[in-house]
Design a protein around this ligand. Sequence first.
Ligand code: EPU
Length: 330
Amino acid sequence: MIYTTFGIPATADSYHAVADRDQLLTLLQQHRTTAPPLFILGGGSNVIFSSHYHGTVIHLENKGIHLIGHDPENGDLLVQAAAGENWDSFVRHCIDNHWHGAENLAAIPGTVGAAPVQNVGAYGTEAKDIIHSVLAIDTVTGQERTFTNDECRFGYRDSIFKNQLKGRYIVWAVTFRLHPRFTPDLRYKGLADALEASGLNNPTARQMADLVTTVRWNKLPRPEETGSAGSFFKNPVVPAAQYLQLKQQYPGLVAHPAGDNYKLAAGWLIEQAGWKGRSLGHCGVYHKQALVLVNLGGCTGSEVVALADAITADIQSKFGVTLEKEAIIL
Ligand code: EPU
């Protein structure tokens, strides 16, 4: 069984599918005495095991989605979902129950537990916009801790769980702040355009999630057809001065303001550098979206690393911009 969406076979010293908290606590207790490296696997949509993993893999499979409360001040709904829930199923479940706000995040591969770790985002919405709090388990003490949205220190594809507290906590459940009324979020131009083209004037939440799903699969490879880790790189954030200089040199450069800085479209840079559709061994740059590396069949972890390194070096030398991986390579 392969548990990552890139579809590269890999092994680990030990693997445990965990569906209940006592089982997790027992495992953590055993782990404390031997302390091998520990990796928490969700949907495996953002991770590549490049060789045998010398450590323990814990695959979270806990389930459950519940309305746990209302905010009396504004009527917001608090919905808690277990980390092991499939993300898209969670989004659909919310829509079915008229709990709104997650529609633009439909069809993102992965699990609920992974969403806060890297603050997943698409089409104008980020997980941080709808996360109320995160219930996590301390790998050292086994105790629970609730992190408020602020305490999660969310950033672009970033959180405290990837940085200061990396490896210390396991996200066990996430509480979302959702709304009883649906309002379409059309800040992402491609989505607004797709809505106009569809002829729907007043989309329902379900129609909106369907539209997001269509827009997504027009550009990105479907995990069940082609192995990938979604965006392989983050969009690099550069100082305004560097952006202005690049923009002068490359008038077509795609970028968005990010505070005092600019976030460049890495897909544009990679395409301009001539990588779109190219391959190295069995690993390729997706022909519709250059930010995505794909498994062309029988791809190995070292081929992914070699292609990613070659692209990174080329973008550095052509544009003076450093690409950072979004995908985790172990
Ligand atoms: N572009 C190109 N060539 C390419 C790809 C993109 O020129 O090959 C240009 C497009 O013209 C577009 C711009 O780059 O104007 C941005 O492209 P797109 O809207 O497709 O978004 P992205 O910045 O490449 C990000 C996220 C995606 C998310 C989309 C939509 C990151 C790293 N990626 O991609 O997230 O779905 O926006 O919101 O931020 C993921 O993280 O795995 C992921 C798929």
